[in-house]
Design a binder for this molecule. Structure first.
Ligand code: ATP
Ligand code: MG
Length: 433
């Protein structure tokens, strides 16, 4: 992509309404635009990040044996009357009346709809277990939408729902999602802390929130100091280690029952990026989601639901990874891998080297944003630092004469001069095998 043609409406001024760094940076980099409170359009740069998050979440869901479906955003109120949640859900639910005066709603979550699909289409124990997911917009009329996409009213969620014959099956499904979430967040460049959360009416220990530490987080969590030590070492801890460590939300944390000595207990703010939940027959019983067992008996299925805040993650990753100059994208979600900077557009040598590098990177499947604008170097560096692509490939007249270009890592800022061929070799992944 040539930056001169790219729709990248960057702002010079810091938008006054943005209170936290991710919101400021997303607006300044032209990633999103608010259309009304808590409702955003995603512009090209932002959409690329969102799609990368979607891709990773989808790959991990598929790898875990979940199957993708797509349910509508608009749901009939009757389903929620059947489950008993219609009145209780309150003002967060956007209620809509259609032309026939039927009550509808914009889904804040989909337990009712998926249970309805299940009860009509799945009848036998032989069809279980099933775990179905979707990536779909939700609407919650939050009392205080804020922090940009972190607490929106319309937001993108990956939600999935497991169906099992009995508790043991449901626990296997839950554990499968627990592990899948840890892997998913690791691939997104995040260290998520799995935190014990309010298990609701059912009890037990089968509700976890996945929290990213950030001062601007809206949750307060208590956790084992080992999490900090693992993070400081830059290690991706194995999942059994993570599972064995204490972490709880402020609601769940009970100082009297906490197994940690005082000097090993930490408290911090967190951003909830995911939530997994076992709820047994809470929806399947009232809505009649039953299958026929091996001996012809009726079995009410055991369910769980699992959510990842996809649009919130775009903000959360920035909260976790930025500096004064701008964002620092982990390679897995970066909107482009390389920013190619031509320091003197119009200079034959620079233009030639840049065109050649651009063509070769593209041919090798490396996503590159080429700053071919007729702008001062300072402006170009500021733009590239702001949008935070993992690598900057800088081509200037002095280097071109000496046969070198500069390759700089956005994270850490290490730069080195090398030949165009060596730079390419660094940026193009080696063929598999
Ligand atoms: P919160 O406590 O932040 O309000 P929640 O517990 O109501 O979230 P869930 O119902 O567990 O949210 O939804 C699953 C995931 O969807 C959350 O873990 C979060 O990442 C995301 N999410 C929830 N509400 C919003 C929102 N208003 N804007 C963006 N993402 C959200
Ligand atoms: Mg939650």
């Amino acid at each position: 992509m040539h930056l001169s043609a790219y729709f990248l409406p960057t702002l010079k001024e810091t938008p006054a309404e943005a209170q936290i760094v991710s919101h400021r940076l997303m607006l300044r980099a032209g990633m999103i635009r608010q259309s009304s409170a808590g409702i955003y359009s995603w512009l090209p740069l932002g959409l690329r990040v969102l799609q990368n998050i979607i891709r990773i979440v989808r790959e991990e869901q598929d790898a875990a044996g979940c199957q993708e479906i797509l349910m509508p955003t608009i749901q009939p109120a009757e389903l929620w009357e059947e489950s008993g949640r219609y009145d209780g859900y309150g003002k967060e639910m956007l209620r809509i009346t259609d032309r026939h005066k039927r009550e509808m709603l914009y889904g804040p979550t989909n337990e009712e709809l998926i249970t309805d699909i299940f009860r009509h289409l799945i009848k036998s124990y032989r069809d279980l277990p099933k775990n179905l997911y979707q990536i779909q917009w939700k609407f919650r009329d939050e009392i205080r939408p804020r922090f940009g996409v972190m607490r929106g009213r319309e937001f993108l969620m990956k939600d999935n729902y497991s169906f099992d014959l009995d508790f043991d099956g449901a626990k296997r499904s839950y554990d499968n999602m627990y592990v899948t979430y840890l892997k998913t967040f690791q691939r997104l460049g995040l260290t998520a802390i799995p935190v014990r959360a309010d298990p609701g009416a059912i009890g037990g220990d089968m509700s976890h929130e996945f929290q990213i530490l950030a001062e601007t987080g809206e949750s307060e969590i208590f956790y084992d100091a080992t999490f900090d030590e693992l993070r400081a070492k830059g290690e991706q801890p194995d999942i059994e280690t993570l599972r064995s460590l204490y972490a709880a939300t402020d609601d769940e944390h009970d100082p009297a029952a906490c197994p940690l000595p005082d000097d090993r207990l930490r408290t911090a703010r967190g951003i909830e990026v995911g939530h997994i939940f076992y709820f047994g027959t809470k929806y399947s019983a009232p809505m009649g989601a039953v299958v026929t067992g091996a001996d012809g008996e009726s079995i009410t299925v055991e369910m769980g639901s699992y959510g990842i805040g996809i649009s919130r993650l775009a903000g959360a990753i920035i909260e976790a990874s930025h500096d004064d100059a701008g964002m620092i994208w982990p390679e897995s979600v970066a909107p482009f891998k390389v920013g190619l900077i031509n320091l003197r557009v119009g200079d034959k040598g620079c233009d030639g080297v840049c065109s050649d590098l651009y063509a070769k990177l593209r041919r090798a499947g490396v996503e590159v944003l080429y700053d071919d604008r007729d702008e001062r170097p300072g402006v170009k560096f500021a733009t590239m630092d702001l949008i935070g692509l993992p690598y900057q490939l800088i081509v200037g007249p002095r280097g071109v004469k000496q046969g070198v270009v500069e390759l700089k890592r956005r994270e850490g800022g290490e730069a080195e001069e090398l030949s165009a061929e060596s730079a390419l070799a660094r940026l193009v992944p080696a063929p598999a095998g």
